[in-house]
Design a protein around this ligand. Structure first.
Ligand code: 5GP
Ligand code: ZN
Length: 115
C-alpha cells in the first residue's frame, strides 16, 4: 500500500470508481478516459509497481488477474468478437500510473502494432 498511489487510493475507496468486478485480491473498474467501448482496468488490491516488479510469489495473483480479465470480457459481451489484454510497463511502455494494472479493451476493431 502506498499513501499517494492513485490506484491504492481507489482500492481504499478514497477516490470513486465504477467497478465491474471485485474479489479479495483484485478490482476491475472502468477507465476514466476510455480508449474503446469497453475499457476496464484490472488491478491487484496489493500495490505492485508494474509487471517488472512481480515475483514468483505473485504467480497465483497474476493468474487470477488474467481469469478476471476474461470474466470482464464475458460480462461486457465481447468474448466472442474478441478483445485485448494489455499491461504497460515503464516509460517506453507508456505506463502512467505506477500500480500494476491490465487494460481490458474491446468493442471495436483494435489496431496492431500499437504506436
Ligand atoms: P497506463 O497509462 O498507466 O497504462 O494506464 C493508466 C490508466 O488509468 C489510463 O488509461 C487512465 O485513463 C486511467 N486513469 C487515470 N486516472 C484514473 C482515475 O482516477 N480513475 C480511473 N478509473 N482511471 C484512471
Ligand atoms: Zn498502489
Amino acid at each position: 500500500m502506498s499513501d499517494d498511489c492513485l490506484f491504492c487510493r481507489i482500492v481504499r475507496g478514497e477516490i470513486p470508481s465504477d467497478p465491474v468486478l471485485e474479489t479479495d485480491e483484485l478490482l476491475a473498474f472502468r477507465d476514466i478516459d476510455p480508449k474503446a467501448p469497453t475499457h476496464v482496468l484490472v488491478i491487484p488490491r496489493a500495490h505492485i509497481d508494474s509487471l517488472s516488479a512481480a515475483t514468483p510469489d505473485h504467480r497465483a495473483l497474476l493468474g487470477s488477474i488474467q481469469l478476471a480479465a476474461a470474466e470482464v470480457a464475458r460480462r461486457e459481451g465481447i468474448q466472442d468478437r474478441g478483445w485485448r489484454l494489455v499491461t504497460n510497463v515503464g516509460r517506453d511502455g507508456g505506463q502512467s500510473v505506477g500500480h500494476l494494472h491490465y487494460h481490458v479493451l474491446g468493442g471495436r476493431a483494435l489496431g496492431w502494432p500499437p504506436g
